[in-house]
Design a protein around this ligand. Structure first.
Ligand code: FAD
Ligand code: EGU
Length: 471
C-alpha cells in the first residue's frame, strides 16, 4: 500500500519516527505549530500493553527537561507525578548514610516513571486534532533522495509513506540514521563501555519506603556502583553498574548474596535475599553505548533528535533532558527562520551539535572518573568542596553539575566555564600553598613538632590538594 501523508491544509506534514520520550514530546511541539503530524512507533501502544519492556524504569528529570515540558503545557502535570530528590544520599560500606544537597532550597531533581511519562506524552500529542498516531509501524528503511519511508507491520505487511519532514527520534539504534551513514562527510562514532547495568527492585517495608524517599541514593564503590531512585508505589529501583566481566563471574544465587554482602551489605535486608536473587537472574545485564554524529540533518527533509542523534552514557542523568532540550532549541530556530526547513535544519545542526557533543563527553568523563577512584569518601569530599566554594563565591565558582542540572547554560559553555573555574581554583591553591610553606616554615623554626605527626598530616594535605586540582 502506498499513501501520501499530506492533507488538505497548506501546512506541511511532519513524520516523527519513534514514539519514545523525545518522539512523543516532539509530536506535541510540531502539532502546536499547526503541522500535520504523523507519529510512527514500532511497538504497540504502551498505554494498552500489558508488559512494557524497555530500558530503565525511572529517570531523573531536571531543569532542561522541565523547560521543554513547560513549552507544551505539561510541566505541572509531570512534576506532580514525580518524586522530588533534594539531595544525594551517599551510602558508605559500613552502612553510614550522608546526605549532600543538590543546591539551595528549591533546587531539586525529580524521579519520574519512564512508562508513565511516555504515556502522558503520547496522550498529550493525541489531543491535537492534527496528529495521527501509527503504532506497530517499524521503519525498515527510507530513501534519502525521494523521502519515501517503508514501514513493516507485525503481520508482515508493508506501508510506504512520504512526508515533508522526517524527524528521527527512534533512539540509539536509529533506523532513520542508517541513511546518514551512507553519505559522504557524515561523522559518526559509537562506543560501548565495559560496564553493564541491571535493575533491582527494593520493595516497601510495612507499606513505607525502605529508605528515605526524597533522595537519589548512591553507593559509590569504584568499579561497582549502585544508584536508587524512588517510585510512586513506594518501591525503589536500584540500578547496579558493573563491568560485564564481573556480571559474568556471578553465576549462582549464593554468589549474588556473597557479592552484595561484600559491597552493598546494607541493601540485602532492604531488597530481601530472595528478591535479590530472583531479580538478578531475571534479565541479563544491559549494555550502554555512547553515540556522536554530525550533521544532524539531510538537506531540508530529515533531522535527528534525542538518542538517535546523541546517545550518552547515563552518568550525568542527562540523556532524556538533553533530548527534550533538543526540541526547545529546534522550536526556537523554527521561529527565527519562519519554519523554512531548508534554513532551519542546517542552523539546528550548527547550534546543537557542539552542545550535544559536550554532554556526551561530560557523561563519558564522569564514567571514567567514577570508575577510576570514586568511593564514598571521595564522592563526599568532592561534593563538599563544590558546595563550599559555591557557597562563598556563588558568582565565580558554580559547580559543573549545577550548570548542567539546574540551568539552561549551553552544555559547551558550561564546559568552557568549568575549565576557566579550574584555572582560578588552581591559582588560588598555588597562592595558598606558597603562603602555607612560608608561614609553616616560620612556625616550624619557632616550635619544632614530633616528626611522625607532621608526615602524616602532610600526606593528607597532599591528597586533598591533588583532589582539588582536578575538581
Ligand atoms: P528512546 O527512549 O529509545 O525511544 C525511541 C523510540 O523509537 C522507542 O519507542 C522505539 O520503540 C522507537 N523505535 C526504534 N526504532 C524504530 C523504528 N525503526 N521504527 C519506529 N520506531 C522505532 N536520561 C535522563 O535524562 N535522566 C536519567 O536519569 C537517565 N537515566 C538513564 C539510565 C539508564 C540506565 C539509561 C540506559 C538511560 C538513562 N537516561 C536518562 C537516558 C534516557 O533513557 C534516554 O536519553 C531517552 O530515553 C532518549 O529518548 P528517545 O526518545 O530519544 O529514545
Ligand atoms: C545514573 C543512572 C551522582 C539515573 C552523576 C551524581 C544517574 C541517574 C552525578 C540513573 C552520580 C553520578 C547527576 C544528577 C544523576 C550526582 C549529576 C545519574 C541520575 C554529576 C536511573 N546524575 N543521575 N551527577 O551529582 O549531575 O548526584 O539510572 F552517581 S542526577 Cl554517576 Cl543531578
Amino acid at each position: 500500500m502506498e499513501r501520501s501523508a499530506s492533507r488538505q491544509s497548506r501546512k506541511k506534514v511532519v513524520a516523527v519516527v519513534g514514539g519514545g520520550l523525545v518522539g512523543a514530546l516532539n509530536a506535541c511541539f510540531f502539532a502546536k505549530r499547526g503541522f500535520g503530524v504523523e507519529l510512527f512507533e514500532s511497538r504497540e501502544d504502551i498505554r494498552r500493553a500489558k508488559i512494557v519492556k524497555g530500558r530503565s524504569i525511572n529517570l531523573a528529570l531536571s531543569h532542561r527537561g522541565r523547560q521543554a515540558l513547560k513549552h507544551v503545557g505539561l510541566e505541572e502535570k509531570i512534576v506532580a507525578q514525580g518524586i522530588p530528590m533534594h539531595a544525594r544520599m551517599i551510602h558508605s560500606l559500613n552502612g553510614k548514610q550522608s546526605p549532600i544537597p543538590y543546591g539551595r532550597k528549591g533546587q531539586y531533581i525529580l524521579s519520574v516513571d519512564r512508562a508513565n511519562l511516555n504515556k502522558e506524552l503520547l496522550t498529550a500529542a493525541e489531543t491535537y486534532p492534527n496528529t495521527k498516531m501509527n503504532f506497530d509501524h517499524k521503519l525498515q528503511d527510507w530513501n534519502a533522495e525521494t523521502g519515501m519511508m517503508t514501514f513493516v507491520r507485525l503481520d508482515g505487511s508493508k506501508e510506504q509513506v512520504k512526508a515533508d519532514l522526517i524527524v528521527g527520534c527512534d533512539g540509539a539504534f536509529s533506523a532513520v540514521r542508517k541513511q546518514f551513514l551512507r553519505r559522504s562527510r557524515f561523522d559518526y562514532s559509537q562506543t560501548y563501555i565495559p560496564h553493564g547495568y541491571m535493575e533491582l527492585t527494593m520493595p516497601p517495608i510495612n507499606g513505607e519506603f525502605a529508605m528515605k524517599p526524597n533522595y537519589l541514593h548512591i553507593w559509590p564503590r569504584n568499579t561497582f556502583m549502585m544508584i536508587a531512585l524512588p517510585n510512586l508505589d513506594k518501591t525503589f529501583t536500584c540500578t547496579l553498574f558493573m563491568p560485564f566481566e564481573d556480571f559474568e563471574k556471578i553465576t549462582t544465587g549464593d554468589e549474588v548474596i556473597e557479592f552484595f554482602q561484600k559491597y552493598f551489605p546494607d541493601t540485602i535486608p532492604l531488597i530481601g535475599a530472595d528478591t535479590l536473587q530472583r531479580d538478578y537472574f531475571r534479565l541479563p545485564a544491559q549494555a550502554m553505548v555512547s553515540v556522536k554524529c554530525n550533521p544532524y540533518h539531510i538537506g531540508g527533509t530529515c533531522v535527528l533528535m534525542g538518542d538517535a542523534a546523541h546517545a550518552v552514557v547515563p552518568f550525568y542523568g542527562q540523556g532524556m533532558n538533553a533530548g527534550f532540550e533538543d526540541c526547545i532549541v529546534f522550536d526556537e530556530i523554527m521561529d527565527q527562520f519562519n519554519e523554512d526547513f531548508s534554513a532551519v535544519l542546517p542552523e539546528y545542526t550548527r547550534v546543537r551539535v557542539p552542545d550535544d557533543h559536550a554532554i556526551a563527553d561530560l557523561a563519558m568523563y564522569n564514567y571514567i572518573e567514577m570508575r577510576a577512584h570514586v568511593n564514598s569518601k571521595w564522592f563526599l569530599f568532592r561534593k563538599y568542596v563544590d558546595n563550599i566554594l559555591y557557597f562563598f563565591m556563588p558568582k565565580t565558582i558554580i559547580p559543573l553539575y549545577t550548570m548542567v542540572t539546574f540551568t539552561r547554560t549551553r552544555y559547551h559553555e558550561a564546559v568552557k566555564r568549568w575549565h576557566w573555574q579550574n584555572k582560578v581554583i588552581n591559582r588560588g591553591l598555588l597562592l595558598s600553598a606558597v603562603g602555607t610553606v612560608l608561614g609553616g616554615s616560620y612556625l616550624l623554626i619557632k616550635n619544632p613538632p614530633h616528626i611522625n605527626e607532621l608526615i602524616v598530616s602532610a600526606e593528607k594535605m597532599w591528597d586533598r590538594l591533588v583532589a582539588l586540582r582536578t575538581l
